[in-house]
Design a binder for this molecule. Structure first.
Ligand code: SAM
Length: 243
């Protein structure tokens, strides 16, 4: 059962969000034997079922028309966290069709209105078609969402290298193999107390081994907890001794 929604938004936006979550879950149920999608899980299944094909490009092809949206209750949590911490500069690693981005935009808009601070949601998607579809959904939501988002199309390991403000929150909703390289790209811009969230860190623990080892090494300055949402949701707070 999904949790009570904290999200304040026009009715048509709330309706669109419920529809998109529903389609995303229906799609996910068809991708793997378990109904759960993690990068390493799908790659393992592909290696077994299609040993003569390149699993990484096969994976990318399968994902071209898939949402793989962040679960609704996790989206509610991120929305709350942005409002609670006063975050206005948010980076989303992995935007797909832009479902979680809608929550980020609504929450950042609310924080900005309450605090007078400036800020942006920096969204990232490497697939042009997915980026275009995301833009279409944001347009349906209207200005309240559209104007908050700076969508960077291309490989995020390149697009996040430039023009990053000081970052309050980083959402890692990306294939696990990219999570640590993404964190390292954004790390110089994380403010003291910034929050890093990573999805599926229980079910995808194998794929996330390098990320979790980095976050948990005391010298890297993160304070960590695994939130008990379905498949796990890692929440790390950046509190380096020297920043
Ligand atoms: C799990 S989905 C993101 C879901 C989205 N956050 C949501 O809740 O709607 C991950 C997305 O990351 C994109 N992606 C994968 N590698 C990327 C890269 N190197 N740079 C940018 N985006 C990438 C994929 O194309 C995919 O659409």
């Amino acid at each position: 059962m999904s949790s009570q929604s904290p999200v304040e938004a026009p009715e048509h936006v709330l309706r669109l969000l419920s529809q998109l979550h529903k389609v995303s879950l229906e799609q996910e149920a068809t991708i793997t034997k378990t109904g759960k999608v993690t990068y390493s899980g799908v790659i393992d299944e592909l290696k077994e079922s299609q040993p003569d094909r390149a699993p990484k490009s096969e994976f990318d092809t399968i994902m071209l028309d898939k949402f793989i949206a962040l679960d609704e209750d996790k989206c509610h949590f991120v929305y709350q966290l942005i409002n609670a911490t006063g975050a206005t500069n948010v980076v989303e690693a992995g935007t797909s069709f832009g479902v979680s981005t809608i929550y980020l935009a609504l929450a950042v808009a609310k924080t900005k209105a309450a605090t007078g601070k400036s800020g942006t949601v920096i969204a990232t998607e490497k697939e042009l078609q997915k980026a275009e579809t995301a833009r279409k959904y944001w347009k349906q939501c209207g200005e309240v969402v559209e104007r908050e988002i700076d969508l960077r199309v291309g490989d995020l390991l390149e697009t996040l290298k430039v023009d990053l403000p000081e970052v309050d929150l980083l959402l890692l909703d990306i294939w696990s193999v990219l999570a640590l390289p993404t964190l390292k790209t954004v790390l110089p811009k994380l403010r003291y107390g910034a929050v890093v969230l990573a999805d599926n860190t229980i079910s995808g623990a194998k794929g996330y081994a390098d990320l979790l080892a980095f976050l948990r090494a005391p010298e890297n300055g993160f304070q960590n907890t695994t939130l008990p949402y379905t498949n796990g949701f890692e929440m790390s707070v950046y509190l380096p001794r020297t920043k």
